[in-house]
Design a protein around this ligand. Structure first.
Ligand SMILES: NC(=O)c1ccc[n+]([C@@H]2O[C@H](COP(=O)([O-])OP(=O)(O)OC[C@H]3O[C@@H](n4cnc5c(N)ncnc54)[C@H](OP(=O)(O)O)[C@@H]3O)[C@@H](O)[C@H]2O)c1
Length: 318
């Protein structure tokens, strides 16, 4: 549908998701990518974004730019998580509409679904009940993005589509313990404790919540699949369809990293939502499936972590 030299703008190309999408597109011959860092183009700035779209006129936009973080970051900076994500996505969606972008792929997150929704989470459960409070600010912004893309589809008949990935992990993740997600935080903690004579590792919560994890290269392939196919609906879950307890995940990572000490569960810290398993049958029926199993993915990620330990990104909370 798109030529290999179609102009494709990847917003957030330096992030974990954006960089994996960039690699997948380049590997598949898409060679006309437009890439801007946040220093070159602050996506919160409406007039700069408008001017950028007028100048560049991309045919496709992939929105992997967002203010992203874990439970602590979300609860300490609710306004930033709500407002910055709204600003970034509104500017991208509206400028894309005004400059006649042919395809817009919006990336959200499984936290858009209600806290106590039936499992596995189907796309139609969106907005059927209240959200998990620890990340509702981020979730409300993402829901607004999904709805804005749906409104563009309905009103202008354009191919604006939203993908909701489950928890992602992989190369170029954020391993900063104050702002990271659970899987990279565990890799960092078990690694540091192993280096420190197998000292005990303290993990947040009770270990009982269940979570699903997808390697970021699999998500990048889902984005490529969405680029190359016109999907009939406005919203698709992206995941493996398989979950495990946080305790099982911890034991798996402990094993892969080779830490021999004790695991202590700090139950004064929040658990987050009890379970968040995606129903991925819609995207499976259309032909996409993940390829990387969790053990393989964690080994790849730990090996990347070791190779890059001196230059890991630090995401400061402010
Ligand atoms: N990580 C996950 O587990 C996960 C799970 C589900 C969904 N997602 C979704 O995937 C998307 C990307 O997540 P990620 O994990 O790749 O995040 P990330 O590594 O933190 O990357 C976010 C990117 O957004 C860009 N950005 C942030 N604020 C910006 C601004 N004001 N102007 C321009 N660019 C800005 C950053 O650009 P610079 O580097 O140039 O500063 C960065 O490259 C998000 O929409 C997120 O909801 C992630």
């Amino acid at each position: 549908m798109f030529l290999k030299n179609s102009k494709i703008y990847i917003a957030g190309h330096r992030g974990m998701v954006g960089s994996a999408v960039c690699d997948a597109l380049l590997e598949n011959g898409y060679n006309n990518l437009v890439l801007k860092s946040s220093q070159e183009l602050d996506l919160r700035n409406q007039s700069s974004v408008g001017q950028f779209f007028q100048d560049e006129q991309p045919e496709v936009v992939i929105d992997a730019a967002a203010r992203v973080g874990g439970i602590l970051a979300n609860s300490d900076f609710p306004y930033n998580f709500l407002m910055e994500n709204l600003q970034i996505q509104n500017n991208l969606i509206d400028s894309s509409l005004k400059t006649d972008v042919k395809k817009f792929i919006f990336l959200g997150s499984s936290c858009i679904y209600p806290k106590h929704a039936k499992q596995p989470l189907k796309e139609e459960y969106l907005l059927t009940d209240s959200l998990e409070p620890t990340n509702e600010w981020y979730a409300i912004a993402k829901i607004a993005g999904v709805k804005a893309c749906q409104a563009v589809r309905n009103q202008f008949n354009k191919d604006f589509v939203s993908l909701m990935p489950t928890n992602l992990y992989g190369e170029r993740d954020n391993f900063d313990l104050n702002s990271s997600h659970v899987l990279p935080a565990m890799i960092r903690k078990f690694h540091d404790a192993k280096e420190n004579n197998d000292s005990p590792v303290t993990l947040w919560g009770s270990g009982t919540p269940m979570r699903e994890f997808l390697h970021v290269e699999d998500l990048a392939n889902a984005v490529l699949f969405t680029l190359e196919n016109q999907l009939p609906e406005y919203l698709y879950n992206v995941g493996t369809g398989v979950d495990m307890t946080i305790k099982q995940l911890a034991e798996k990572i402990q094993n892969i990293v080779g830490h021999k000490g004790e695991i202590v569960w700090d139950e004064s810290k929040p658990n987050g939502t009890p379970r968040k398993l995606m129903d991925v049958s819609k995207l499976h029926r259309l032909g996409w499936h993940h390829n990387i199993n969790l053990d393989e993915g964690i080994c790849k990620t730990y090996s990347w972590f070791l190779d890059n330990i001196d230059s890991l990104k630090e995401v400061k909370l402010n």
